[in-house]
Write a protein that binds this ligand. Structure first.
Ligand code: SAM
Length: 280
């Protein structure tokens, strides 16, 4: 039986390790077992899954993921936290501890060959300042990742799941839509963390889509970055530097069947694909 970490255990572990949580690493630890159970339930992971957890911290979610039989590969940048985690698992979930591998690295630099198995799902309470780059990097690097359930700052969750035409639709929305479908599934109050952050959080689920896309990802993402770098300009103007000139941008857009006077925030990922194709 796995014992999850409550407020007393989180404080105890932090004191033992002399951890002073830093904002730079987004170190806010979940000290509410009900939140952990909810995340694991919404993730729908079980004994068939190899779960990648980014930023396991003191182990709150890691223990929750071991409970239904998952194999867990946890990547933690803070050496103190990475070193303590196997022992926490051995103490609180002895029968499950051998299913845990801890890798002391920056998740942004992880390569498939660094992992002991191909992960099927990403489940994480992400460090907030690198949440979107981490998700995009892992989707690009690990084709075996089929789904994700991540906790991020509410505003980031809204942007990840935003649809064309909305004010918050932008680079993360389009890039994630290229890989699959993101959905905001639940709100999480800040009180479940220690220390309490000054933002609320939300859970985002993601399903990878099996796309038959002939578009080069780098070209597509360069178009998306350019389109939103000056989001109030028309696409013809916003894409001028990327294309070489406003005239060339206009030609590419016309060839792609996109009105050059429109703005990036109106276009879905398929329209961006047409632009990338027209440019190549
Ligand atoms: N999962 C734990 C929990 O729910 O209590 C901790 C979550 S805390 C929001 C984020 C964790 O990510 C911290 O433990 C932090 O040290 C770690 N972290 C920050 N940047 C990282 C990175 N680039 N790669 C891996 N871990 C990182």
């Amino acid at each position: 039986m796995t014992e999850l970490l409550g407020p007393a255990e989180i404080r105890g572990l932090a004191a033992e390790l002399d951890v002073r949580p830093t904002k730079k690493l987004g170190q806010n630890f979940v000290h509410d077992p009900n939140t952990v159970r909810r995340i694991v339930e919404l993730a729908g992971v079980g004994a068939d899954d190899v779960v990648l957890e980014v930023g396991p911290g003191l182990g709150s979610l890691t223990l929750g993921l071991l409970a239904p039989g998952c194999r867990v590969v946890a990547i933690e940048i803070d050496p103190k936290l990475a070193a303590r985690l196997p022992r926490t698992a051995a103490e609180r979930a002895p029968e499950a501890a051998e299913r845990l591998t801890v890798i002391g690295q920056d998740a942004l630099k992880i390569k498939a060959e660094d992992l002991p198995a191909e992960p099927t799902a990403l489940v994480a309470n992400l460090p907030y300042n690198v949440a979107v780059p981490v998700v995009l990097q892992l989707l690009a690097e690990l084709p075996s990742l089929q789904r994700a359930l991540v906790m991020v700052q509410t505003e980031v969750a809204d942007r990840m799941a935003a649809q064309p035409g909305s004010r918050i639709y932008g680079v993360p929305s389009v890039k994630l839509a290229w890989y699959g479908r993101a959905k905001k599934v639940a709100a999480v109050p800040r009180a479940v963390f220690w220390p309490v952050p000054n933002v609320d959080s939300a859970l985002v689920s993601f399903e990878r889509a099996q796309l038959e896309s002939t578009v080069d990802r780098k070209t597509l993402f360069a178009v998306v970055d350019a389109a939103f770098s000056q989001r109030r300009k028309t696409l013809r103007a916003a894409l001028a530097t990327w294309a070489g000139s406003a005239e060339r941008a206009g030609e590419i857009l016309t060839k792609a069947g996109v009105d050059p006077k429109t703005r990036g925030e109106q276009l879905d990922v398929r329209a961006f694909e047409q632009i990338a194709l027209a440019a190549s």
